[in-house]
Each structure stands twice: as C-alpha cells, then as structure tokens.
Design a protein around this ligand. Structure first.
Ligand code: ADP
Length: 270
C-alpha cells in the first residue's frame, strides 16, 4: 500500500488556534531511494570492465616476451575501454535525465528529420552486420521537444533492433500520425523478447541475457534512457514482441500542433 510521509510543523499558535503545516515528503523520499539504488547499480556495473582492464594489463605485463600475446590482449583492452566509455556516457545521460529540467533546448522538431538522423547514425553498425534499415511514413509531423534527446531515443531503439537481428535482416522505422499523437515504430525481425521480460527491459541495467548483451557491448541502459526521454516529452514507449519472430518498439509523442498540447514534463521518475 502507498504510504504518505508527512512532515508536520507548528506554524503559529494563538489563544484561538494552532496552525499546523504539513509537507508531503513521499516524492522526495522516493527519488532519494531511486538515486541510492542507481549509485549502487552503477558501482556494480563499473566493476566489471574495470576489473577486466586491470586483469588484462597484468596479463600484458607478464606476456612482455610474446609480441603476439601482447597484441591480442591490448586489443581486448581497447574493447573493454570502449565499453567502459560507452557505459560512462550512458550513465551521465541517464542521470541528467533524472534531474528535473532535463529538456535543455525545446523547439519545434520535425519527426522525419529526427528519424533520418537516427538512421544515419546507426548506418555504420547496420552496414557492418548487413542489416538493411528503411524509414518511411507520414511526413511533416512536428513535436515540441529537445531534438538531441529525441535523436538519442530513436537511435537507441534502432541500435537494439540491429544488434538483436540476424545478419541480412531488415529493420524499419515507421512514422504515423494518430490524432494528437505521433507514433514512431521501430520494427525488427530479430530474436524477440519473452513476455515475462517485456515490461522489465525498460528498467535500468536490465538485460534479458546478460552474457549475450555484454558480448554485444550492451549497457542495459539504452531503453531506460528511451523511457525517460518519452516521459519528459509527455509521451511513452511500449514493446510488442514474439520470441523468434521479432520486436516492435513504439515511441508515442504528442504532436506540436495538437490542441491542448500537454506541456513537456520535466518531472523526474523511475
Ligand atoms: P542493452 O544495452 O543491453 O541493449 P537496453 O536497455 O537497450 O540495453 O535493452 C535491455 C535489454 O532488452 C537488452 O539487453 C536485450 O536483452 C533486450 N532488447 C532490447 N531491444 C531488443 C530488441 N529489439 N530485440 C530483442 N531484445 C531486445
């Protein structure tokens, strides 16, 4: 059951009345708990690549006489360092989003423009894997928001779609206006997500298959960032998936010309 945490102060006492002021601390405490959890998780997640790096450094040191081994282990050090750097980048991004007022630069943004840039930035990874990425749908739809964050959100969905697809597969991004909302759907023909995991994939550091995700360089933060960006824009993100068939992630945002436009919210949330 939800419990309310009230801080009550005696504000004024006169012969006729006593004035009590009650302040609701529930939200503040909840945010504090979320932050504390986050710090614990972050420390845990950082330990893995840092531990790997120090072990590899030791190995390189001991293998100084074997140039081939030195080359092999240095290359693995580079991979671990890149992973660490990606993790730190996403941690910073997510903590920024958890602070009120994360939408820094709010303008009218064209959705097809956001999609085009996200597709562009995914191209290298997609090409390397021979995954074809196609985009289409309604044009001239605008939303009110932070362009960079929106590109990051669509890009995270696209990166996942490519990562969890077999080589040669197709990934598509469709834009569809539906009344006062616009839907950006990222569709893949990849491994899919079991029903039990579908709600959990948006949690920080949650990975369906930790070993596999780590192999692909996943941080477990990508979808959590998407969820925050969606919420900060007054929208949401959802998933539909069938294991072995593929997944569709749909980002829903209020369009800029909607009547009674909900103002982009900057309320921090889990
Ligand atoms: P990661 O960096 O591990 O990909 P995300 O937060 O982006 O972290 O995703 C969380 C987990 O959800 C992933 O580890 C993966 O198991 C699963 N997942 C995300 N997108 C897809 C997808 N398109 N197809 C299959 N599984 C996915």
């Amino acid at each position: 059951p939800a419990r309310l945490l009230l801080q009550v102060r005696v504000a004024q006492v006169t012969p006729e009345h006593v004035l009590l002021l009650a302040e609701d601390l529930t939200q503040a405490r909840r945010l504090e708990a979320i932050r504390r959890d986050f710090v614990v998780n972050v420390s845990h997640e950082l330990k893995t690549p840092v531990g790997a790096l120090s072990l590899l450094a030791e190995t390189v040191h001991d293998a100084a006489d074997d140039p081939e081994a030195v080359r092999r282990f240095s290359s693995r050090m580079q991979t671990e360092a890149a992973r660490l750097s990606a993790l730190v980048h996403e941690i910073i991004e997510l903590s920024r989003l958890q602070v009120a007022g994360a939408l820094e630069d709010v303008t009218t943004v064209a959705v097809d423009d956001v999609v085009a840039e996200a597709v562009d930035r995914t191209r290298t990874v997609a090409d390397a894997k021979r995954v074809r990425v196609v985009a289409g749908g309604d044009r001239d739809v605008t939303v009110y928001g932070d362009r960079n964050l929106l590109v990051t959100a669509v890009r995270n969905l696209l990166d996942n779609a490519v990562t969890y697809s077999p080589s040669g597969a197709r990934v598509s991004v469709g834009v569809r206006r539906d009344g006062d909302l616009v839907e950006i759907a990222v569709v893949d023909e990849g491994i899919g997500i079991a029903a039990a995991d579908q709600d959990r994939v948006f949690e920080r550091f949650y990975r369906v298959d930790p070993a596999r995700s780590r192999d692909t360089g996943g941080t477990g933060l990508g979808l959590s960032i998407v969820k925050h960006v969606a919420a900060d824009h007054g929208g949401d993100v959802s998933v539909w998936s069938q294991p072995g068939r593929g997944s569709t992630f749909t980002l829903r945002l209020p369009v800029a010309d909607a009547r009674g436009l909900p103002r982009p919210s900057t309320t921090p949330d889990a």
